[in-house]
Write a protein that binds this ligand. Structure first.
Ligand code: 4AD
Ligand code: MG
Length: 461
């Protein structure tokens, strides 16, 4: 079989030749003595038009095929200078591989994204999801390419862990205990020593702490894997299972960290613009007008920077219009993040130096003793897409912070060791992969950029 992708790439080689292609029917139009089939084979965004005539012995059968049927067509590829598409195949033989029944949910009309969410197993066959998941795939490749070209080592951090990196307690427990018949200790508590690992464990919320151990051995590492959060937030940008990219660099401070994040984003945007032009045009036309202009601006200008403290001053002036009123010390809500990046800066903006009390224990304390060397990158349309920081590299300060926050020294001994044996300033960040896909495609719901979304009350397939 020749792939349709190949036909579009090397048109000259195939025009006038007899070829065989296989694919799924997007539509059939027939008149008395001939008909047209729009065929999609999944290898590229484009479709192939098939023309067939009543000289085929199964002409009547072909004309009755439902959308979604799979066929293998042999015939000559001919140029069609008058038509929208550059060429078509004139069928000499059409083999029907698999019939699609008339109740096929995808018909030749526009389906709502809500409806398509109810058929996650079939939605990848639509134009929108062809574009989304091709771009998602290219983006993962671009991310690896970016870090590999710079000499970063890809580290596979564990999925099951005993620690809570973010300290937010939003973890899914992993256990082999019989929940209907929990073993108890003498004082009536659950006896975790009988669990598989002999202690409570959970799905990772972030690979960072493990990543840091490798950064202090390889200097530059990154992770790229699934992470899990049992956050009870039913929003369009939160998923219970999402993928995260977490680079970690030794001898790097917060500014180096922000530069890396900016370089990475620009690199992957360029990569997708170059390698998925058809898909990106589709998003620009049907999902988010202005997307291409916006992304082109992003790659050609510097990101903005503002401290948390200055950001609060800016936001206070607009407090009347916020549901949640800001004050120094509050965590920024999506409405604030979007206001800053959409109304004030009108481009991606790094917010730095957050109050220590709203950030994780591992962030480096600034000299004011109130804020930490944190950075969040906010982008228009989404809000926070990256969260990162310079890490506390001072043994005593880290210990003090852990005690303040009630973290057990035992659990984090490995982490403290890094500050004991050749500690060095180091920084890293986490890019939420789905939010990144949303940003680059203009898709507005996280459920539509991950193949099988897991959100509160939803875990189908
Ligand atoms: O800001 P977060 O919680 O940072 C960390 O996990 C750090 N350990 C990262 C690091 O410094 N290595 O999460 C990082 C990013 C967020 O900016 C967001 O894009 C994404 O992960 N994220 C989510 N994406 C989808 N659904 C959720 N529930 C998410 N929670 C965080
Ligand atoms: Mg964050």
């Amino acid at each position: 079989l020749v792939e349709v992708r190949e036909l579009y790439r090397n048109k000259e080689e195939y025009i006038g030749k007899r070829i065989t292609v296989g694919g799924w029917i997007r539509s059939v139009r027939d008149s008395k003595s001939f008909g047209f089939i729009v065929l999609h084979d999944g290898t590229c965004f484009e479709t192939l038009q098939v023309v067939y005539h009543d000289n085929l012995n199964n002409f009547a059968e072909i004309s009755k095929l439902n959308v979604g049927s799979s066929i293998i067509v042999t015939g000559q590829l001919v140029e069609t200078p008058q038509a929208k598409q550059p060429f078509e195949i004139q069928a000499e033989e059409v083999i029907i591989e698999g019939y699609s029944s008339p109740d096929y949910p995808l018909q030749k009309k526009k389906h709502s994204l809500e409806f398509l969410r109810t058929i996650t197993h079939l939605r990848p066959r639509t134009n929108t999801f062809q574009a989304v998941f091709r771009v998602r795939s290219l983006l993962s490749y671009a991310i690896h390419k970016f870090f590999q070209e710079r000499g970063f080592v890809y580290v596979h951090t564990p999925i099951i862990t005993g620690s809570d990196c973010e300290g937010a307690g939003e973890m899914f427990r992993v256990t082999t205990l019989d929940l209907d018949n929990l073993p108890l200790t003498e004082d009536g508590k659950v006896d975790n020593s009988q669990d598989f690992f002999g202690k409570p464990t959970n799905l990772t919320v972030s690979g960072q702490l493990n990543g840091e151990t490798y950064a202090l051995a390889f200097k530059k590492i990154y992770t790229f894997g699934p992470t899990f959060r049992a956050e009870n937030s039913n929003t369009t940008r939160h998923a219970a299972e999402f993928w995260m990219i977490e680079p970690e660099v030794a001898f790097a401070d917060l500014n180096d960290n922000m530069r890396l994040a900016e370089d990475m984003l620009k690199y992957i945007i360029n990569y997708v613009l170059e390698n998925a032009p058809k898909e990106m045009e589709f998003f620009n036309q049907f999902i988010d007008n202005g997307l291409l202009d916006r992304l082109n601006n992003v790659v050609n200008s510097e990101f903005a920077h503002v401290t948390y403290t200055d950001a609060i001053e800016i936001l206070k002036k607009n407090n009347d219009n916020f549901d949640y009123k800001v004050f120094w010390g509050c965590d920024l809500q999506t409405e604030h993040e979007r206001y800053l990046t959409e109304q004030v800066f009108k481009k991606p903006v790094f917010v730095t130096d957050y109050p220590k009390d709203i950030k994780a224990f591992y962030m480096k304390l600034n000299e004011d003793n109130k804020t930490v060397a944190a950075m969040d990158l906010l982008v228009p349309g989404i809000g926070e897409i990256i969260g990162g920081s310079q890490r506390e590299d001072d043994y005593e300060k880290l210990l003090k912070r852990m005690d303040e926050m009630g973290l057990s020294r035992e659990d984090y001994e490995f982490y403290l060791d890094l500050r004991k044996f050749g500690s060095v300033r180091h920084s890293g960040f986490g890019l939420g992969f789905e939010r990144c896909v949303m940003y680059l495609t203009g898709m507005s719901n996280i459920r539509d950029v991950i193949p099988f979304p897991r959100t509160v009350n939803h875990c189908e397939l």
